[in-house]
Design a protein around this ligand. Structure first.
Ligand code: GLN
Length: 541
């Protein structure tokens, strides 16, 4: 029978539930336990695809085409287990299914209620995750903060499951450091425990989130208020890289405690994981990468890209210093483009819509002209084609029809199957598709194979009407769809590293297995940096 570990959060959102849930999964996986994950998002959207990445963070695309919460990315990066759309449950999904069932007459004669109809639906969705890969343990992370109105049906379902299944409840909340008295304060944490108990949940494990390790006194207090032995209280303090978190929790005894509580195997093998964490520790020197996008203020907007750069750098023995470059600022003040000179590589991010697009084009143009290593992803590839058409081929006003419907040169246009699609939710070209890599290209040297599968999320593509003129002008299509009718990778041969992909390589990178395109890009950036340093040195001789 599968077992369930519920992770709840208190005091603030973004308390680190995602990386904690991923760490717990890892802690079990290294014990040979078959784990799976469920992220519950209590908002009413059916999925994350229609939300603003500026507020909610990046939309994580699963192999099967789900547009999901970014925490699924942490689950994959920590454990390497491929997530599916089933691993993310929202209020929107639960209610639309209950309402459909009601209309079909499945509850005929009954008054359809939150308890039991909605909670039953939630429980069956949680159990379905266990069936997906025959998991021994499902780690269920309940998004938001305990006490949120929209979370209540989910907490209630979890409470009921305590009677029906073998469960373990982990509550993580912030311990507040109070500057004035230089003390760690637990009052807000206590209140979140009370709130949890008010809805009928007594945690089995408490995790204090704080910048540094909690004191014994704080631990004792939390145990007392949590009605738990001190051995059940742990601390998730700031670690770098974040992949160290499972090791830190293991050292505190979390793995042992959870394994014993749930009667699971208890012989962890951390050899592989320790090695990758050590890669980060051993890294010397750095590469400066400009990450050019419009969601500049929220770190989580490009979390998978940042992490993929970090994975690649660690495996190359360097540190990736990723600096957000606001595409809108470049657009407003084109002179700012010169500031890109301080970077060893320029990555132009995925995106939608007009805002900041000209700034991204300016950054691409700079990368192309200056020989700075460039990686474009999705929108970043489309804009690289626009830049090439305008500035190399001289096609004035060339654009994507996403940005300018009446462009004289629509080098990027809607996918044919998208014409006539008006609904916004889940209607893009999504998920994993095969990509053929052409021999003799840089992409082929990078992937060392002629076929890869990568994840997608787009409505637009390189317009086939312009293929010939783009190719004649020197743009190489090094990756295509198997039917040969979509461009998947472009590159410019007489440039040290100018590659862009229609797919999203960032969703295929884990700390143990970095994505080859990121590896090649960071490696090119490292070489670019070394060459520039050598040039400066020889000048000063
Ligand atoms: N807006 C572009 C499209 O829909 C690119 C999308 C993306 O970057 N994910 O095709």
């Amino acid at each position: 029978m599968p077992k369930y570990v519920f992770v709840t959060g208190g005091v603030i959102s973004s308390v680190g539930k995602g990386t904690l849930a991923a760490s717990i999964g890892k802690i079990l996986a290294v014990r040979g336990v078959k784990v799976d994950f469920l992220k519950i998002d209590p908002y009413v959207n059916v999925d994350a695809g229609t939300m603003n990445p500026y507020v909610h963070g990046e939309v994580y695309v699963t192999a099967d085409g789900g547009e999901t919460d970014l925490d699924l990315g942490w689950y994959e990066r920590f454990t390497g287990i491929t997530m599916s759309r089933l691993n993310n449950l929202t209020t929107g999904q639960v209610f639309s299914s209950v309402i459909e069932k009601e209309r079909r007459g499945e509850y005929l004669g009954q008054c359809v209620q939150i308890i039991p109809h909605v909670t039953d639906e939630i429980k069956s969705r949680i159990r379905a995750v266990a069936e997906r890969r025959g998991a021994d343990v499902v780690v269920v992370e309940i998004g938001g903060t305990v006490g949120d109105i929209e979370g209540l049906p989910f907490y209630e379902a979890a409470r009921q499951m305590r009677l029906e299944e073998e469960t373990l409840f982990v509550h993580v909340a912030l311990v507040i450091y109070h500057e004035a008295t230089k003390e760690m304060k637990t009052k807000a944490f206590q209140h979140s425990l009370q709130e949890l108990r008010r809805i009928g949940i007594q945690p089995d494990v408490i995790v204090a989130r704080s910048p540094t390790m909690i004191t014994e006194e704080v631990r004792r207090k939390l145990a007392l208020f949590g009605t738990l032995p001190k051995e059940a209280v742990f601390c998730s303090y700031n670690v770098s890289p974040v992949y160290r978190l499972p090791l830190v929790l293991e050292e505190q005894g979390l793995g042992d405690y959870v394994a014993r509580k749930l009667g699971l195997p208890n012989q962890p093998d951390w050899t592989g994981w320790r090695k990758v964490v050590e890669l980060y520790d051993r890294a010397t020197g750095s590469v400066r990468i400009a990450l050019c996008g419009k969601y500049a203020a929220l770190e989580d907007s490009y979390v998978s890209i940042r992490e993929a750069l970090g994975h690649a750098a660690a495996h190359l023995g360097v540190r990736a210093e990723v600096v957000m470059v606001d595409a809108e600022a470049l657009e407003r003040d084109p002179a700012k483009v010169e500031s890109l000179r301080s970077f060893d590589g320029i990555l132009v991010a995925p995106g939608f819509g007009r805002r900041g697009a000209e700034g991204k084009i300016a950054a691409i143009s700079y990368a192309r002209r200056s020989g700075t290593p460039f990686l474009g992803i999705c929108f970043g590839m489309q804009l690289a084609v626009v830049e090439f058409a305008r500035n190399v081929l001289g096609l004035e006003g060339a654009n994507s029809t996403e940005l300018d419907q009446s462009t004289p040169h629509p080098v990027i246009d809607l996918l044919p199957e998208q014409k006539g699609v008006t609904a916004m939710g889940g209607t893009m070209r999504l998920g994993e598709h095969e990509v053929l890599i052409r021999e003799g290209t840089l992409a082929h040297r990078v992937y060392k194979t002629s076929s890869v599968r990568r994840r997608h999320r787009h409505r637009y593509e390189v317009n086939p009407d312009y293929w010939e003129v783009l190719r004649k002008g020197g743009l190489v299509f090094s990756g295509t769809s198997p039917d040969g009718r979509r461009v998947e990778v472009i590159e410019i041969p007489d440039h040290p590293f100018f590659v862009a992909s229609q797919f999203h390589p960032e969703f295929s990178s884990t700390v143990e297995s970095p994505e080859p395109l990121f590896l090649a890009f960071v490696d090119a950036a490292r070489r670019f940096r070394a060459e520039r340093a050598a040039a400066v040195a020889s000048q000063s001789l």
